[in-house]
Design a protein around this ligand. Structure first.
Ligand code: ADP
Ligand code: MG
Length: 237
């Protein structure tokens, strides 16, 4: 089933007189349950594409469909609703709320969405803490956690409201190698167990090796694709 589709998506940034063509016509189709990496050199448009898919930004031209719905025609509030109901985000710098504990950070999106009782919320937070192996750190604040532990909390938070997709922008860029592998192993397991679609922007070879599908961007266009079954020819950047 189709989760993400972009059609001839462009994005031009204007700062004063300077125009940057960040995306120059991207056609991308992502099916439910994929574990896909967007790769390519710095400046190739990975973050821009993730922001458009994530309804954080709108394209200059072209269309973005999420679960078959054209999100480029939505207004600001409708885009926010689409994000809350459908999309979980994971960022390079974790982006946890510093004054809240691990438990409370995961609880936050559940408190902001309707339809769950207090007991259901508590059970869901505890399940997620277990799923990312952070149950013993539930009462720690972000500054009392390592980078890898913070990112595990961020993964749990992204999954909290059962989104249909998780978008992760350079999720391992601030982690050492063992923590980078642990994060990727947790995401792989959650992808397999829950079927949630994962899309990562990365140029980290440690991440790329876990991807089942790799979409290579270059200068704002899809340059080529590689699948895990085929021989990997990606050489990094
Ligand atoms: P990547 O994530 O692959 O490094 P980006 O999507 O961040 O690439 O950037 C693509 C191009 O768009 C780059 O040339 C970058 O400088 C430019 N760009 C990104 N964001 C902005 C912005 N907010 N304003 C102006 N230019 C931007
Ligand atoms: Mg980027």
């Amino acid at each position: 089933m189709e989760v993400i589709r972009t059609e001839k998506v462009t994005r031009v940034y204007k700062i004063g007189e300077v125009e940057t063509q960040a995306l120059r016509g991207v056609d991308l189709l992502i099916q439910s349950g994929e574990f896909t990496a967007l790769v390519g050199p710095s400046g190739s448009g990975k973050t821009t594409l993730l922001q458009l898919i994530g309804c954080l930004d709108v394209p200059t031209s072209g269309k973005v469909f999420i679960n078959g719905k054209d999100v480029t025609s939505l207004n600001r509030d409708q885009r926010a609703d689409m994000r809350r109901s459908t999309i979980g985000f994971i960022f390079q710098f974790f982006a946890l709320i510093p004054t809240l504990t691990a438990y409370e950070n995961i609880e936050m999106p559940l408190l902001m969405s309707n339809g769950r009782s207090a007991t259901q919320i508590r059970d869901r937070v505890n399940y997620l803490l277990e799923a990312v192996d952070m149950a013993d750190r539930a009462q720690h604040r972000p500054d009392q956690l390592s980078g890898g532990q913070q990112q595990r909390v961020a993964i749990a938070r992204a999954l909290a409201t059962e989104p249909s997709m998780i978008l992760a922008d350079e999720p391992t860029a601030n982690l050492d190698t063992p923590n980078g592998h642990q994060i990727m192993e947790i995401m792989t397991r959650l992808n397999q167990e829950t079927g949630v679609t994962f899309v990562f922007a990365t140029h980290d070879p440690r991440v790329i090796q876990y991807a089942r599908r790799t979409v290579v961007l270059r200068d704002g266009l899809i340059d080529r694709e590689e699948n895990a079954e085929e021989e990997m020819i990606f050489a990094g950047d």
